[in-house]
Write a protein that binds this ligand. Structure first.
Ligand code: UDP
Length: 238
C-alpha cells in the first residue's frame, strides 16, 4: 500500500504534514530547517531532513517490535513517511540519563553527571508560553491528558529509554537525554509520535564525549552536518 500527498495540513519548525486519501493516515515531510531557543535561532543543517526521517523510522520500527506502540506506518521516500493521524498530547516528555542543557543550567551543576536513575519531566507544549515545565498535577488541572494516559505515557517513555540506550550503546554512543511526544489515534490509543533524531536527543560519543547532536547548531560549534551523518552511518551502516 502506498500513500499520496494531498493538501498540506500543517507546517511546523522542522516538518510539514499532508493529508492522504486515508483519513487515518497523514504524511510527514522532514525539512532541513533547524531552530533553537523557541525559534529565536534559525538555520539550515543540510541533509538533516533525510537523516532524521530515516533514523526516526529505523528506531520506531525497532521500538514497535519491542512492544512500544508508535505512529509509524511506512517510509515513502528519503524525507517522507506515512504515519497514523493522531492528536498530539500537548506534553513534551523529557528523559535524562546524564546532566546537560537546561537541567545543568536550572540546578547549577556541570554537564556530564551520570545519574543512578533516569529522570522524567514534562513541559507544556505551547510555543507562546515557551514550553513551561509542569508536573502531572498541573497537566491534569489543565486537562492535557487523563491520569491513565499519563501513566501509560510514563511507562512507554521508560521502555523507550531502556531500549534506546541499548541501541545507542551498540554504536558507541551515550544517550544523554531526549524528548518524546505522544499522540492519540481516532480510537483513543496512545502511541509514540513525532521524531527520535539528533534534533531531539543529546548523543555523545562514549569514548571522546564528542557531541553528535543539535547542540553543535545551538552552540555554534560547527560540524552539525557531519555529526548527524556520523550517527546515521553508525546506526544504518552508511
Ligand atoms: N528537546 C527537544 N525539543 C525541545 C526541548 C528539548 O527536542 O523543545 C530535547 C533536547 O534536544 C534534549 C532534551 O530534549 O535532548 C532535553 O533538553 P533540555 O531540557 O536540556 O533543553 P535545551 O537545553 O535543549 O533547551
Amino acid at each position: 500500500m502506498s500513500y499520496e500527498k494531498r493538501e498540506q495540513l500543517y507546517e511546523g519548525k522542522a516538518k510539514k504534514v499532508y493529508a492522504t486519501d486515508d483519513p487515518q493516515v497523514v504524511i510527514v515531510s522532514y525539512k532541513d530547517d533547524a531552530t533553537a531557543f523557541n525559534g529565536l535561532k534559525k538555520g539550515t543543517i543540510t541533509g538533516k531532513g533525510a537523516i532524521n526521517n530515516r533514523m526516526t523510522n529505523n528506531l520506531m520500527r525497532r521500538l514497535e517490535e519491542k512492544g512500544v506502540p508508535t505512529h509509524y506506518v511506512e517510509e515513502l521516500s528519503d524525507r517522507e513517511t506515512a504515519v497514523k493521524k493522531v492528536s498530539i498530547v500537548p506534553l513534551e516528555v523529557i528523559v535524562r540519563n546524564i546532566s546537560a542543557g537546561s537541567f545543568a543550567k536550572r540546578y547549577g551543576v556541570e554537564e556530564g553527571i551520570v545519574f543512578d536513575e533516569p529522570t522524567i519531566e514534562f513541559s507544556y507544549k505551547n510555543d507562546d508560553l515557551g514550553d513551561p515545565l509542569l508536573n502531572t498535577y498541573h497537566a491534569l488541572a489543565l486537562k492535557l491528558a487523563t491520569k491513565e494516559e499519563i501513566a501509560l505515557i510514563e511507562k512507554y517513555t521508560f521502555m523507550v529509554n531502556d531500549l534506546l540506550k541499548g541501541f545507542m550503546k551498540e554504536i558507541g554512543i551515550d544517550l544523554v537525554d531526549f524528548k518524546l511526544e505522544f499522540g492519540k489515534t481516532a480510537d483513543g490509543t496512545i502511541v509514540l509520535a513525532d521524531e527520535i533524531s539528533p534534533d531531539t536527543c543529546r548523543l555523545w560519543d562514549e569514548k571522546t564525549h564528542e557531541k553528535l547532536d543539535k547542540d553543535r547548531f545551538r552552540r555554534d560549534m560547527g560540524g552539525a552536518e557531519e555529526a548527524y551523518e556520523e550517527v546515521m552511518r553508525r546506526l544504518m551502516g552508511e
